[in-house]
Design a protein around this ligand. Sequence first.
Ligand SMILES: [Zn+2]
Length: 327
Amino acid sequence: MTAAVRQRGRRWRVGASLALAFLVQASSVFALDHPYESNFAVVVTGADPTLAKQTVDLLTQAHHDMAVASGVYLPDTVRVIYAGRSQSFDSIVGGLFPDWGVACAVDDQNMLVVRSPRDYPVTQALPEVLRHELAHLHFAAVVGQHRPPRWMNEGYAQQFAHEWRYGDDWIVARAVFSGHVLPLADIDGVNSFQDAKARLAYAQSYLAMGYFLRMYGWDGLMLLGSSLRQGGNWDDGFKAATGSDYAAFQKEFAKYIEDHYNWAAFLGDTVLLWILLVLIFLVLYLLKRRRATLKLALWDRQEKIEDVLYSPLDRPPQPPNASPDGN
Ligand SMILES: [Zn+2]
C-alpha cells in the first residue's frame, strides 16, 4: 500500500535533507552476512497496552527475519499509528488511499498507519498486516532512493507476509485463460482498480517476486539493490541481478505465467487436482441424492393413489354369509 500514500507533495516537502539523510543511513545499514545485532525500536500510538505490546513483538520478529535473510537493517525507529474512526485515515496518510486498504507504509517517515481493529472490522490477521507493511519500509531500504515498481513492492511485502490465499490460483488461471493477464508495468495503477482486478494485481505481484527470488535468490535481489543504491537505474539493477534488462525480465515472467497456468500445469498441481476431484464427487453425490429424493416422492405419491383406490370404503360389497373359502 505504499505507493499511493507517498504523495509527491510530501516527498518534495521533506525534500533533499531527508533524502540525503536516508542515503547516508542506507550506506551504513547494509551489512551482508552479519549476525543479527540491532537497536530496532517501535513506537506505537492509538493502541491499548495489549495491542501496543503485540505490535512491538510482531514487528521486532519481522525485522529480525528480514535482516537475517537479507543483511539489510531498517535504519531508524518505526512509528506505528492506529487510526480510529474519529481520525480520518486520509488526514494522516494523504489522499488516494483505496477503501479496501487496511494499512499503509510511509517510508520517507518510517511510519506505518493501520486502521484500528477497535473501530474497523478485522479483515486480515494482524501479524500478516504488520509484516506486510514493515516489508514495504524494508524494501525502500533495499532500493535506496529509487521508487520501486508497484509489483515489486507489493510482491516483496506479500512474500514476507506469506499472503497467498485459496482462490488466488483460480484468479490467475482465469486471467491467463481469458487473456487478461496484467502487464507488470500496469500494476502501478492498482489503487484505482476495482476489487477483482486489484486482487489479480496483488496475486501477480506475489508470483512475480516469488519468481524473481526463486530464479535469482536473495543474492540477486541484493545485487539489484546495491546497483540502485550506487546510482544505477532499473535496467542496471536487473542486469546486475539477472543478466538482462527490466523489459527482458517482464517478458521472462509473462512467459513463466503463461507456461505455469495452462491446463496441463493446472492438472499437474496436486492441490488443485484434489479440489477438482472433491468438487466432482460433491456434484455427483448431490445429483444422486436429488434423484433418490425424487424417487421417494414418486413412491409416496403412488402409495397415496393406491390408498385412495383400495381403501375399505371403496371395496366391492361382500355377500353376507360368504366365508373366506367360498362355502
Ligand atoms: Zn502493500
